[in-house]
Design a protein around this ligand. Structure first.
Ligand SMILES: NC(=O)c1ccc[n+]([C@@H]2O[C@H](COP(=O)([O-])OP(=O)(O)OC[C@H]3O[C@@H](n4cnc5c(N)ncnc54)[C@H](OP(=O)(O)O)[C@@H]3O)[C@@H](O)[C@H]2O)c1
Length: 262
């Protein structure tokens, strides 16, 4: 079967209430996939579900869940137990930028829980049934931040490095199973991300462009960096001495932060 329906009839998208996750939801609905939408802001998910149902005639299920909470992945799994989820998009995530000790400890822990623990736990819930069916797709939204140590967003960068390594390893493990795994790493994207992170606004790509890059690479490679300049940067930092790379990255981040957080 051509298109995304080759993976199944349902896609589950975390962080569907805004930005890149919402763009994935729109794209999947346009392809006729039914949607399980996960985030904390239920009002937004309800509105999106109504909109996509009206426009594309698809079914949706809204799952209001804080992915930082203990047992979140199990609760999400339970909420869709009767559905054959063929596509999982681990997209929900956030950053809290600033010098490490100026960001509250709870924020660092929450970030690790949403950006890493939930990603691994949800994948653990949804991968086995995909393998049993012999078809499925798991997309993980990492970041260009994954490719180097990122001073002033140290925890965020490290969580995204986790996502990148985790997803690429699962890509290798799942060769020949019918399950495609892909990590997509965007550079700056114009979403609510910068506001949530406390960064000063800077221009970025559109969420739709990130979705297009991801879907073009799905099934073809383990990971993709969105955008030519981001791709070049991701490659160049692999070649540079790590001490230099860490200092340069810190300097770049400094430009994105208000004085009080540097
Ligand atoms: N925008 C960028 O510049 C950029 C660059 C590289 C990578 N990324 C990555 O792209 C992904 C999507 O970010 P975005 O740019 O679309 O940001 P966004 O507009 O802020 O959207 C983030 C989404 O994650 C959800 N989320 C955050 N914390 C959550 C929690 N505790 N429980 C459940 N859902 C939670 C939010 O939903 P609720 O608030 O409703 O819960 C929202 O739907 C993230 O993983 C981010 O790291 C973004």
């Amino acid at each position: 079967m051509p298109g995304l329906k080759r993976y199944g009839d349902w896609a589950l998208v975390t962080g569907a209430s805004a930005g890149i996750g919402m763009a994935f939801a729109h794209r999947f609905a346009a392809e006729g996939l039914n949607l399980a939408l996960v985030a904390r802001r239920t009002d937004r998910l309800d509105k999106l579900a109504g909109e996509l149902g009206g426009r594309h005639g698809i079914r949706s299920r809204v799952i209001s869940q804080d992915l930082a909470a203990e047992g979140a992945a199990e609760r999400v799994g339970e909420a869709v137990r009767d559905l054959d989820v063929g596509v999982l998009v681990n997209n929900a995530g956030f950053s809290a930028a600033g010098r490490f000790e100026r960001v509250p400890r709870d924020k660092h822990v929450e970030m690790i829980r949403v950006n890493c623990v939930a990603v691994a736990a949800l994948t653990h819930v949804f991968l086995p049934p995909m393998k049993s069916r012999g078809r499925g797709a798991i997309i993980i939204v990492a970041s260009a931040a994954a490719y180097q140590p990122l001073g002033l967003a140290a925890t965020y960068g490290a969580t995204k490095a986790f996502d990148l390594m985790f997803g690429e390893a699962l890509w290798a493990e799942n060769q020949g199973t019918g399950v495609d795994v892909l990590v997509v790493s965007p550079g700056p994207v114009e979403t609510e991300f910068q506001t949530v992170a406390g960064e000063t606004p800077h221009p970025g790509a559109t969420p739709d462009s990130v979705v297009e890059v991801a879907l073009a690479a799905l099934g073809k490679k383990p990971s993709v960096v969105a955008g030519v300049a981001n791709k070049a940067r991701a490659w160049s930092v692999r070649l540079g001495p790590r001490a230099v790379v860490a200092r340069v990255a810190l300097g770049v981040m400094r430009g994105f932060l208000p004085e009080a957080m540097r």
